[in-house]
Design a protein around this ligand. Sequence first.
Ligand code: FAD
Length: 424
Amino acid sequence: MAEPHAPSYYAATANAFRAQPPLVGSVAADVCVVGGGYTGLSAALSAAEAGYAVTLIEAHRIGWGASGRNGGQMIPGFRWSATDLVERFGQEAAQRLFTVANTARNRVHDRIARHNIACDLRHGHFTAACKPADFAAMERELECLDYLMGYDGAQLVRPEQTGGIVSAKGYHGGIYDSAGGHLHPLNYALGLAEAARAAGVRLHEGSPVVRVTGGDRPSVATAQGSVSARYVVLACDAFMGEIDADLGRYTMPVANYNIATQPLGEERARALIPSGAAISESRFVLNYYRLSADNRLIFGGGEKYTPRPPRDVAGFVRPYMEAAFPGVKGIGIDYAWGGLVGVTMNRLPHFGRKGNIFYAHGYSGHGVLLTTLAGELITEAMRGTAERFDLFASLPVKPFPGGPLLRHPLYVAGMLWYALRDRL
Ligand SMILES: Cc1cc2nc3c(=O)[nH]c(=O)nc-3n(C[C@H](O)[C@H](O)[C@H](O)COP(=O)(O)OP(=O)(O)OC[C@H]3O[C@@H](n4cnc5c(N)ncnc54)[C@H](O)[C@@H]3O)c2cc1C
């Protein structure tokens, strides 16, 4: 039996989901998915719907990775702004990327509606400008969204209007995106898993994959079993390096921490975030937060450059929350937890295939929406329509230089530089 979820607000409020048996013995499948987060679950579910016999193997529990621990922020698009996409790729390619990425939001909403997933879905996402220069960039971004992308979901919030969205001090306006939102991340993962199970996917928990073998008919092996399949999908995000050293060079696992306060009551909670939207900041090393369905403030923030977690996670995140909201100083913190974000060098996700092995990882903090799309694009590609998958696979993501030993110091140096820039 797989171990329980790491303690968090999400684990404490998870919907019931029956534990799945470990993989034992040798089995054959059309598709074998490794990893039971959103990417793997979405690939497995869509492949089963397409008629494939699918086995999904998860090392721990379904949703044990970032998908069960994240901030729940549904942020449309990539980590790059539309303006960045146009500058780097030109208008036409940027429009194509933007258009496909933008389908992610509706795919998640569609899954939630179709499978009746109770995951506290709420609407609206606000990116707060931390400096006047960031707001000026947002004005340009709005023009780009409007004129070049034909996107009308976003609106500029002027500095003096910010209080209507969020009461935290120190912001200089921002962008409100009505297509964004937030949800209970673990319950979304469990809902996808339940839908996958109902569609015929064989789910195995507590089954770490120890070996992946390529070829015409690739296979994966665990300590107690193996699966040979027509296609294998590697969906291990920040843990990818553990099963494929080459793919591991493309992401840096970065620890990030969250807290959930005690319930604040509706009035006090609404005074913090009157819009009820998910909030994240324009800073590189950012705070992000939202209200839970039971009116707690769920807050992620802080900078941590060593792989070791802080001894007191709540004590580590609390100062960032209290700086944003002095009114909650001293409030009880009921839950504190952390997880690993798979970050690529340039913050764009890394998609691709090696023969019949597909992979998608490195969403760089923007995976709540993009992962459902990723899984569905992998199934599309397996079925022979790879145009959209190939578009994402063409994103210019490079490996971190220097292998695992140099990767971390280089990353730390980079993060410190950006953290310094945030303060200028
Ligand atoms: C603290 C935190 C906050 C975040 N906040 C946000 C946010 O607010 N908005 C947003 O868009 N994104 C956010 N993210 C990022 C987002 O959660 C991820 O991009 C997304 O969940 C990745 O999903 P995934 O399925 O690709 O990977 P995961 O959910 O990490 O799933 C990978 C799975 O693979 C399994 N696995 C690993 N190795 C093996 C193996 N050898 N054999 C079998 N299984 C294996 C793991 O146990 C895990 O369950 C956050 C991430 C973290 C950690």
